[in-house]
Design a protein around this ligand. Sequence first.
Ligand code: SF4
Length: 328
Amino acid sequence: MALNFEKEKLIEELKKRNPKKVLVQLAEGIKQNAPEISKWIEDLGIEVIFSGETCWGGCSVAVQEAEAFGVDLIVHFGHAEFIKMDFPVLYVEVIDELDLTPLLEKSLKDLEKYQKLGLSYSIQHRHDVENIKKFYEDNGKTVTLSKKRGTNAYEGHVTGCDYRGLREIQEEVDVFVIIGNQFHSMGAVLAVEKPVILIDVYNDDVRGMEGIRDKIVRQRAMSIEKLKEAKKVGIIVEIKPGQKFGSPKYLLEKLRGKGKIAIVITMNEVTPDKLMNFYDIDCFIELACPRIAVDDFAKYSKPILTFKEALVALGEKSWDEILQEGFV
Ligand code: SF4
């Protein structure tokens, strides 16, 4: 990675907004840059506090911390805007200036049998999208960017919980190329019916994602069956403004209507250790980041489902629908 924090742009924006005190949130991979960022901001006469809480996506905007510490602005590094906030937030997307040419060249072998590419990227590579398109076009491919839909901030941009923009172009393409990491490509392979090739910028690798889908689909089907059998169910909600995937009230009614005992549990962040003491609960439904249930199920001692999966278990959605739409 060769990260550019766009210091000049940040300073200019802070001078314009003129806050007295800011809360800085850094994505997980860039927390080590806190001391240098602190100096840039303090040199402007602005008081700085860093949030030490995890920050996995643009969904994790620390509004409660900001209010508790009386700051006037949140500066959120490493993600694009996810949803509109009532609180002032300055997003600094952070650019990865790594030269992708060697990886793109390597990918041509994997892409040999495909002509029409669907292209999506994680936010650090947005600045490079025209170069990437040109590279593939110069090599005889056509390139269509995934649509800007839902929580995706730009055409081609993909977040780990919204693949509608890819699904909308899947009839036009032979294969999807994801510039980013395993997280984004794994979500894609669960959401689209075309092959997915990952340009893994962080591990300097190119690989197809075939084989992963079947394994996860089998596991998710098993979790859905567990919820059908469960007597006691915990519905987990998080306080992060962007992590509200589904209505706890609706689920409570439906679960109780099926004769189950159901409770709602609130958390700052869902982790396996926090659920341990609820040992009497047979099954959890988490309405926070849907990737917790889909990607991290093996870390939990009890089955854990997304909202959509719970709807399938409750007979409110069909298995075919979720296979078509994806699990997140
Ligand atoms: S995938 Fe999860 S962590 Fe990433 S933006 Fe979506 S809700 Fe947030």
